[in-house]
Write a protein that binds this ligand. Structure first.
Ligand SMILES: [Zn+2]
Length: 169
């Protein structure tokens, strides 16, 4: 990983802008730059790296990787490299205590955690020491389940108090 350069692009999943420390190279993004995170770690990137049909299911790729198919494992690995490059920037900026990867990124972490962690290990020591990494066990529904928990968080935290407040109003 040399030839470091800055890359900016709007992330589809996060909705924000990220300045990722690029690894050099990368694919041309729809924004015109190369090496944008969304373009390098999206499910389309995984399918492309595996030489799969763009409409294929990433869960099928995950199954092939867990069965030991080397070229598919390498496809996950190439995504893992870029995932780590972006995450190390987030770790340095935000000092998170945990990063939970869902969907195809969780699959990527399950297949190639060593390649993600080799990047994360380059974070600032205090930030690296704080953060724990894991793959979500909620599969493709993780986002929906998380959104539902946010919607019901007040009820889950204090069900009696919420009922009292509702009855009083
Ligand atoms: Zn872009």
């Amino acid at each position: 990983m040399s030839d470091l350069s800055a890359r900016n692009c709007t992330l589809g999943a996060g909705g924000g802008r990220l300045s990722a420390r690029g690894a050099g190279g990368g694919h041309v993004c729809r924004c015109g730059a190369t090496g944008c995170w969304e373009t390098e770690i999206g499910s389309a990137a995984l399918l492309r790296a595996a030489g799969a049909d763009p409409a294929a299911d990433v869960a099928d790729l995950f199954a092939r990787a867990t069965q030991g198919q080397e070229d598919v494992i390498e496809a996950f690995g190439s995504i893992a490299d870029w995932l780590g490059v972006g995450l190390v920037n987030l770790v340095n900026m935000l000092n998170p205590q945990a990063i939970v990867l869902g969907g195809h990124l969780g699959m990527t972490y399950a297949i190639a955690s060593d390649r993600v962690l080799s990047q994360i290990d380059g974070a600032l020591p205090a930030s690296r020491e704080l953060v724990r990494m894991c793959a979500s066990r909620l599969g493709g529904d993780a986002t929906l389940i998380g959104a539902a928990e946010v919607a019901f968080s007040a009820l889950l935290e204090d069900p009696v108090g919420l009922l009292r407040r509702s009855a009083a109003s």
